[in-house]
Design a binder for this molecule. Structure first.
Ligand code: ATP
Ligand code: MG
Length: 401
């Protein structure tokens, strides 16, 4: 059998699932893998066998594309060969030649499945011997090796690799339901969105456009966040509802105790997202709220925000430190070095850190909340982000939907 370079995927958490669920997950994962490779313009051939996925083609480019697909724990570029200890040993030697030097601590990790005639220990010993013949002088150290080679003898062939490229982990996108996400121009909410996507949830964004109440860079950044998030779900649309809330904020400043503006605003955004969720069969509302980060994010205020809707509010960043959030934002590409002016001018000088539902409800009663809500949702624009581009959907198309 000829030696070939191939990409092997390692899939996370599948072992937790029952057989039929596993099958479904695998199907979704492979669909997402194909979409990622198609969007990257690569040609490839996928081979799946007993939970192992091998992808043949340009290994470097394929590895880069699939290491962004959710549900994959890590990716290895490996050599495939015949499944005899001799062939596997030969492939291991050509791999080790580049990296193993005399004196280095070295380990062979061997697996064998459905292949008769030798044990995995014997396979490891045969591979170590073959390597020693070409590159003598290494020190076997199974606990703390400087260089490791992984070899597998399977009924369909041998696999040899020495590197594991970490991927994203999580679950295949599309296996954990659909949700809305309150997506802003900030750092937190795109990270919250990405963490939910990584857990398999398909998202639709909702951005509250505060018009003149918000700094001029705000809207563009929110659109850009949706655009970047769409690159994490190749071939799939990431819808973004842009909902005008300028009139709502005008009403707050005309009639209510503005110490509570951020609470009124958060509750209003939740209600907007709730309506959009109900119309689009979305089962939750994701937010980037984080315990203690700003005045509206005390437990007590979150309780009041939570009470505004019945749909579950999902807060994946609740316990994260800002530094961790920024780290993820940089990695996923939503961290903007110089974001421009996104100041919210509706934020009061002294925002309330404590509130109670009764007070908030009676203050909200000073506005015609239902009318404001209906008008905001009715005048929403629908944008579609896909594969790193974003465009506005025509009203005509919207109606046709
Ligand atoms: P982020 O938290 O995303 O960095 P932020 O700091 O401007 O944005 P916060 O005041 O922390 O916003 O709001 C908490 C959460 O409320 C956000 O993470 C986001 O989910 C939601 N949110 C805030 N502003 C908006 C907006 N204009 N449109 C939609 N959602 C918003
Ligand atoms: Mg925030």
């Amino acid at each position: 059998m000829m030696e070939k370079r191939t990409v092997m995927l390692r899939i996370g958490e599948l072992w937790l699932k029952s057989e039929p669920v596993k099958k479904q997950f695998m199907k979704t994962l492979l669909r997402n893998v194909r979409a990622a490779l198609d969007v990257a313009g690569l040609s490839y051939e996928i081979e799946e066998f007993r939970g192992r996925v091998l992808i043949h083609g340009d290994a470097g480019q394929i590895a880069a594309a699939v290491s962004r697909v959710f549900g994959i724990v890590d990716v290895s570029i490996c050599t495939t060969c015949g499944n005899t200890p001799e062939e596997i040993g030969k492939a291991a030697v050509s791999l080790a030649k580049e990296k193993l030097k005399p004196g280095m601590r070295f380990a062979v990790r061997a697996k064998r499945q459905f292949v008769k005639g030798f044990t995995s220990q014997q396979l490891a010993a045969a591979v170590a011997d073959a390597v020693w013949n070409e590159i003598p002088g290494f020190v076997v150290d199974l606990d703390n090796p400087e260089y490791e080679i992984f070899v597998e003898a399977r009924e369909y062939g041998g696999i040899v690799y020495d590197d594991r490229i970490p991927a994203q982990g999580g679950l295949p996108l599309g296996t954990a339901g659909r949700s809305a996400v309150l997506l802003s121009a900030g750092i937190d909410s795109p990270v919250a969105a990405w963490l939910m996507m990584r857990r398999g949830v398909v998202l639709s964004g909702v951005f509250a456009d505060a018009g003149r109440w918000a700094g001029p860079a705000t809207r563009g950044l929110a659109l850009d966040n949706a655009r970047i998030l769409s690159t994490w779900s190749p071939g799939r649309a990431f819808p973004l509802w842009v909902v005008p809330v300028e009139k709502f904020l005008d009403a707050v400043y005309a009639s209510c105790d503005t110490h509570y503006t951020c609470l009124f605003c958060k509750r209003f955004m939740m209600r907007v997202a709730d309506k959009i969720a109900a119309n689009n069969r979305l089962e939750g509302i994701v937010s980037g709220e984080n315990l203690g980060q700003v005045a509206s994010q005390t437990l007590q205020n979150m309780k009041v925000i939570t009470a505004s809707v019945e749909t579950p509010i999902l807060r994946p960043l609740l316990t994260y430190d800002k530094e961790e959030i920024v780290g993820i934002a940089r990695k996923i590409g939503t961290y903007h070095e110089s974001p421009g002016d996104t100041t919210c001018h509706a934020v009061p000088k002294k925002p309330a850190t404590r509130s109670d539902s009764e007070k908030i409800c009676s203050e909200e009663g000073r506005m015609d909340l239902e009318a404001l809500l209906d008008e905001a949702v009715a005048s929403a624009e629908l944008w579609i982000a896909k594969d790193g581009e974003i465009y506005q959907k025509e009203r005509r198309e919207l109606v046709a939907d």
